[in-house]
Ligand binder design. Sequence first.
Ligand code: SAH
Length: 362
Amino acid sequence: MTRNEILDWLLTGDAGRLEELWRRADAVRRENVGDDVHLRGLIEISNHCVRRCAYCGINADNRAVGRYRMTAGEILDSARKAYELGYGTVVMQAGEDYGLETEFVSVIVRSIKAETGLAVTLSLGERPAEDLAAWREAGADRYLIRFETSNPRLYRMIHPDLPGRRSDRFAVLRTLRRLGYEVGSGVMIGIPGQTYDDLADDIEAFRDFKLDMIGVGPYIPHPGTPLGAAAGELAAPEGRQVPATELMTYKTVALARIACPRANIPSTTALATLNKASGRELGLQRGANVIMPNLTPVKYRAMYEIYPAKACIYETSDECGACVKRRIVSVGRTVGSGPGNSRNRPVAAPRGDSAQGKGSHP
Ligand code: SAH
């Protein structure tokens, strides 16, 4: 797919033509990753964060949010729940929280692997390479860290550096590759100031980086954040700003599938937030093959408010499990079993380990 084709799809509003994009993405998905939908149970283990990301509701400056950090026992109980519900993977996500000490996370990873054998994915922010190496050594299989936007100027605006430490998420992705993780990244769609050209670059970066996992969702303004409070002022000029819509998210999911046929691509919670009735299903029918049901204890869920009115914050883990399985079957798909790796699928062509993503935040 050429860059012009990508841009053309991003810009079209023709519903009839878009049917062709949905069909193509669905066919590529079926041929390359089959009908199984893999379930990754999401445990939001802490909402403490040292970062000041302008888009994120749990950024360090938001004093309105109550903070929590799960205990090792609570995390292990949630992982046991994942096992009981038949999920193949647990994902531990958090703010960039150095209160989650390196060894604490290592011990938990080892315990989960020893007790449940589940695949373990981490999403704990821009931790130093030594932490990433220790967790890989402890048995972690995958790491998720979105580059959020490949436009370096926009990235710097929404994602301030820590004092004395330049943020470079592409460098983190290369480190993760070198350490042998399956590597996942992605972007938000419709960030104020994000143009169609930027989003086309993002999709090309997915392909250049040969990502194993790609997560994309609409940007949802949080009023307690600088970006959410700034409202429309930061938007790109009329006609160039990417809208943060459901449709633009489906387009990006579909184009990501065509660009990276074998990747694991979730139908995300942010998408379900825009369309609670059928967002998950439409994502699955337009390129996605993964769902990440929430396993966070209900008493903490509302506190992991990265954006407002997040879907699935009142349901229990059992209810989320039953709900997603029902949705998967309703669109004629099957619930995946086993870890659902991207690299080691039986029919997978060998994947190179080339990590020379061309994009970089300078
Ligand atoms: N601290 C980890 C996890 C962050 S939450 C990290 O930074 O990688 C996971 C993702 O939620 C982020 O990468 C971002 O893409 C998304 N997110 C955060 N705030 C959002 C918002 N207001 N709207 C939509 N998505 C958001």
